[in-house]
Design a binder for this molecule. Structure first.
Ligand code: FES
Ligand code: FES
Length: 132
């Protein structure tokens, strides 16, 4: 029922852990099952140079987090925002319908971490300086 890519990212998840001096940290919970994901981003000159995650959730959530961190590394903030759960699922060759909600955690965790980054740096949602 799971693609080979999902199994690979579940068994050997990339980028698991924490970034101690992260520039943005986001934690989200999945209302459908109570699972939790925490995302850490290192951002330099508007580019995501590193991403790590911790997921307390199912295999599909681990696999999508792993793939999502791989996809956003090296991307600008704006490019990273285009990486929806659909993009992540496609990169994994799909998920069973009952597990689609799991892939939303990664998208939301990235969004939360970017929001935290903006809040810390006084940026508005377009990534432009909001003032001061
Ligand atoms: Fe939470 Fe899937 S229901 S692990
Ligand atoms: Fe909870 Fe997958 S069942 S995230």
């Amino acid at each position: 029922m799971y693609s080979e890519k999902v199994m690979d990212h579940f068994m050997n998840p990339r980028n698991v852990g924490e970034i101690e001096d992260a520039d943005g940290v986001g934690q989200v919970g999945n209302p459908k099952c109570g699972d939790i994901m925490k995302m850490y981003l290192k951002i330099e000159d508007g580019v995501i140079v590193d991403a790590k995650f911790k997921t307390f959730g199912c295999g599909a959530a681990v696999a999508t987090s792993s793939m999502a961190t791989e996809l956003i590394k090296g991307k600008t903030i704006k490019e990273a925002e285009q990486i929806t759960n659909k993009v992540v699922m496609d990169a994994l060759d799909g998920l069973p319908p009952a597990k689609v909600h799991c892939s939303v955690l990664a998208e939301e965790a990235i969004a939360a971490a970017l929001q935290d980054y903006r809040a810390r740096h006084g940026l508005d949602t377009d990534g432009e300086y909001a003032g001061c």
